[in-house]
Design a protein around this ligand. Structure first.
Ligand SMILES: Cc1ncc(COP(=O)(O)O)c(C=O)c1O
Length: 373
């Protein structure tokens, strides 16, 4: 048994691997010197214990910090791990948090139901009113464009209204390709890397970017709560990130084409896409975004018609999540109760599209056929 567990391995002559190997280990043999204590006490050490960090997480973090222009990035096991680490590491009883009524449903549950049980004072305000409501807040939490309403938050206006508040932004929909919140005054950016950053619908991960101090504080919280991004997931994410700008350029182009085609269809009553001049915040979108992203939502005349379209698309699959290579369609009102949300802000005639990388005419044809049948 001992020989089985400690085989003598042959030397491995040859070059070094071109891609980073997957460090599929939960722990690391440490030097038997005082350096071991230094490794153990570092923020996100890469060779200590995988809940603390790993070489694969560190590689993805270096790429993600680069994309956001951030001092440091922290990779976690899901977008919600990033959102909750960002908030939990910066609030305590009595902290005043101001956030939007439009948020991804689980973030809304955290803000509305979980944080108040710890004595955190949370105010949720209509998204466009966030700059007006921000003065006096200790923490402002924004999401832009918001899921699924596609409403924008004016980040520079929030920053100007509350210069000393900690501003946390969920940039999942826009991605750093289209919006760079740190340059607009945000302190911490939270993103679901499950979506565009990875881009292939095969990983659940999340990322926080910001100053080394804020990211270090979030790491302390995450280390205790334990939402690890495992080495294989981190490796897949780093692979996905290598084509991120190429994919985003195509997502932006395809979504613009789809948004325009849907706008021209008589059975579509509204299209919510920041790249359309008809979007009420198109001017803000042009100021704040360098491209308008791959997400859009649209309404038809009735909830039944929305259900009909959902059942009739062939190319666009009915699945939650977004940002993959394939076009996905969802009917948020059918799903929102199962996620503990409320229907206050979600129209039952609204469908959400994550526009994929297929030929744009094929996506348009699929949708128009579903609308026409
Ligand atoms: C805007 C936004 N933020 C955060 C999340 C949470 O991400 P994850 O599912 O990776 O936890 C999602 C998921 O859909 C999202 O759409």
């Amino acid at each position: 048994m001992t020989r089985l567990l400690h085989p003598s391995l042959p030397d491995r002559p040859g070059g070094v691997p071109v891609t980073t190997p997957i460090y599929q280990t939960s722990t690391y043999e440490l030097p038997r010197t005082p350096e071991a204590a230094e490794i153990a006490s570092a923020v996100a050490p890469t060779g200590y214990y995988t809940r603390y960090g790993s070489p694969n997480a560190a590689e993805a973090e270096a790429m993600l910090a680069e994309l956001d222009g951030a001092e440091r990035a922290l990779l976690l096991g899901s977008g919600m791990a990033a959102v909750s680490a960002a908030l939990l590491s910066n609030v305590r009883a009595g902290t005043r948090v101001v956030a939007q009524t439009n948020h991804y449903t689980a973030a809304l549950t955290l803000l509305r139901d979980v944080l108040p049980t710890f004595g955190v004072d949370v105010a949720l305000v209509p998204q466009e009113a966030l700059p007006d409501a921000a003065p006096g807040a200790d923490v402002v939490y924004a999401e832009t464009p918001s899921n699924p309403a596609m409403v924008l938050t004016d980040l520079a206006a929030v920053r100007a209204a509350a210069p000393s508040a900690l501003l946390i932004v969920d940039n999942t929909f826009a991605t750093p390709y289209n919006t760079r919140p740190l340059e607009l005054g945000a302190d911490l950016v939270a993103q679901s890397a499950t979506k565009y950053l990875n881009g292939h619908s095969d990983v659940t991960a999340g990322v926080l970017t910001g100053s080394a101090e804020l990211v270090g504080r979030a790491w302390e919280t995450a280390r205790v709560l334990g939402p690890v991004c495992h080495p294989f997931e981190a490796w897949l994410l780093a692979r996905g990130l290598r084509t991120f700008p190429l994919r985003m350029a195509r997502h932006n182009d395809n979504a613009q084409r789809v948004a325009e085609a849907l706008s021209a269809h008589p059975r579509v009553t509204a299209v919510h896409y920041p790249g359309l001049p008809s979007h009420p915040q198109h001017d803000l979108a042009r100021r704040q975004m360098t491209g308008f992203g791959g997400m859009l939502s649209f309404t038809v005349a009735t909830p039944e018609e929305a259900q009909h379209v959902l059942r009739s698309t062939v190319l666009a699959g009915n699945a939650v999540s977004l940002g993959g290579t394939e076009t996905l369609i969802t009917h948020p009102a059918s799903l929102i109760f199962s996620h503990g949300g409320t229907s206050d802000t979600v129209d039952a005639s609204l469908l959400r599209l994550s526009v994929g990388l297929e030929e744009p005419e094929d996506i348009v044809e699929d949708l128009l056929r579903a609308l026409d049948t």
